[in-house]
Design a protein around this ligand. Structure first.
Ligand code: ADP
Length: 504
């Protein structure tokens, strides 16, 4: 039986997944990574060599589970955590551990970029404001703090692209992942040489960028021996994990958006035009679909809010019991509001100093109100992201939900009511590795375009429509929720913190 392999270089581990000719998931295997190193506050590093070791284990593992040999694999698609900085020397050795997506040490470098190029130029060149999480400020941190390392840099790669280099010997990336570097012209889908030259970055260190379903090279003889794949197996460009996950959820045509309620919450929309929010509250990146873009808003503490509540206040309850308890009190939680800013907030406030909390607590409130308000606060925050997307002129007909929170029927109904939109659940809940495998199918010619393939292989299994009465209650509740952050902002400015705000 022929298979296509999707490989996702996550933070916790690398997942290898096989799909069949019908685009359905057949087998998967995850190899864990070492703990990320957080030597100092705001720092987060991983060793690229460890990703490659995990990729070997994951690929060998999935082939063994499937009882398949390398000749059955028609193509490989790559997905990965975005924004990480991998730097190689002239002998193509890793110079230092990678600064990964959540590393926030580079505020001085973000300030330098804004002083040197100007925030308007950055927005014009890259369609996004530069944030500490992005790759460029990380490279400049190495320039400023480890000049001996910086002088040796001959190649810059993103996490999945290091694994590609090991697989194929090619230095390549894709448009969606490159979008998160702050070096990429998201509108023109190529490196922004304007900005790169202005900041005196060596153009030669950058990999060649492809559209996500294009072939970037073939599995080398050495990699074939290491992985069990066949030499010459084509490796597609693939995409950043969010773009790949969107492909796996069929967010590849206008009107369909996704809401992923994991630890953080992400609203994600496909766009035929490179719309961007001048305030930078949502990211605009190239999509893994040729000639398309995506817009993305993030609630930092989505599922995390419920997880925190359970861990701190209800350690013996499971999530099902907590949501059942929440259902015993009416919509609106009797005037209680939860602000989900447990890790600061990205969309819409871009404020790492924001802090979580309940507002409106009275003696009549019960634990059910506490839980229900928490789910409502997270849903309002996701609605803020959807509103910005709609205000940018991107249509939203239905919302596809996934992630741990979407397991709850109660929370799905609440999302439908808060969004006042139809909520749809899909047959496959596999994320980025699935999208990467689907891109490999398109790249090897099994389908001619990503939307055509998604239409054929992605199936809706359930849908939830909004209830008018609850929608009205939540519309009023959302207005109150939106008034709370501006009122509290002066307090957040004064909150003592052990760390500096990434967005300050
Ligand atoms: P991650 O983002 O780490 O991959 P998941 O997508 O598994 O995580 O989501 C985990 C979160 O989903 C939990 O923190 C919890 O808030 C929520 N969750 C998981 N199961 C349920 C459930 N049955 N009902 C409601 N929420 C749930």
């Amino acid at each position: 039986m022929p298979y296509w392999l999707g490989l996702d270089i996550g933070t916790g581990g690398t997942r290898a997944l096989l799909i069949d000719e019908a685009g359905q998931v057949r087998h998967a295997h995850t190899a864990p990574h070492e703990e990320m190193r957080m030597e100092r506050p705001l720092w987060a590093e991983q060793r690229p060599e460890n990703w490659w070791d995990a990729a070997l284990l994951a690929i060998r593992g999935v082939l063994s589970i499937a009882n398949a040999n390398g000749r059955q694999i028609r193509g490989v698609g790559l997905s990965g955590q975005m924004h990480g900085l991998v730097i190689l020397d002239a002998a193509h050795r890793v110079i230092r551990p990678a600064l990964i997506w959540c590393d926030q040490r580079s505020q001085p470098q973000v300030d330098w970029i804004n002083r040197t190029a100007g925030p308007e130029t950055v927005l014009r060149c890259t369609a996004n404001p530069v944030l500490t999480g992005f790759t460029l400020p990380k490279l400049l941190w190495v320039r400023d703090n480890e000049p001996k390392h910086f002088d040796r840099v001959k190649k810059l790669l993103l996490p999945k692209d290091y694994v590609r280099f090991q697989l194929t010997g090619e230095f390549a990336s894709d448009v969606s992942d490159a979008s998160g570097t702050a070096l990429f012209d998201v509108v023109k889908r190529r490196w922004s040489f304007d900005l790169i030259d202005q900041l005196k970055i060596d153009r030669d260190i950058l990999p060649t960028v492809y559209e996500s379903s294009e072939i970037t090279g073939q599995v080398s003889d050495q990699a074939a021996r290491d992985t069990g794949l066949e030499p010459g197996t084509p490796v597609m460009a693939g995409g950043g994990d969010q773009a790949c996950s969107a492909v796996g959820n069929g967010i590849v045509v206008p009107g369909v958006v996704s809401c992923t309620l994991g630890t953080s919450g992400v609203v994600f929309a496909h766009s035929d035009q490179p719309h961007y929010d001048p305030a930078g509250r949502v990211h605009t990146f190239c999509h893994a679909v040729k000639g398309a873009w995506h817009v993305m808003g993030v609630t930092q503490g989505a599922g995390l809010s419920l997880q925190w509540f359970r861990n701190q206040l209800a350690p013996s309850s499971d999530y099902g019991a907590l949501t059942a308890e929440a259902a015993t009190t009416p919509a609106g939680s009797q005037g209680l509001y939860w602000l989900p800013y447990l890790m600061g907030e990205r969309t819409p406030h871009l404020d790492a100093m924001a802090r979580g909390g309940w507002i409106g607590l009275t003696a009549k409130h019960t634990r059910a109100d506490l839980i229900r308000s928490l789910l409502e606060g997270v849903s309002y925050s996701q609605k803020d992201g959807l509103n910005i997307i709609e205000q940018m002129g991107i249509p939203i007909e239905s919302v596809r939900v996934s992630g741990g929170g979407a397991r709850s029927e109660f929370w799905r109904q609440m999302l439908a009511d808060v969004f006042a939109k139809r909520i749809v659940t899909l047959a496959s809940q596999e994320g980025s590795a699935y999208g990467a495998a689907l891109l490999a199918m398109v790249g090897t010619g099994a389908y001619s375009t990503v939307p055509e393939m998604c239409k054929a292989v992605i199936h809706v299994v359930a849908s939830t429509d909004p209830h008018k009465n609850e929608s009205n209650i939540y519309a009023a509740g959302h207005r109150v929720y939106q008034s709370l952050y501006p009122a509290l902002q002066p307090f957040y400015r004064g909150v003592p913190s052990t760390s500096k705000s990434p967005q300050e």
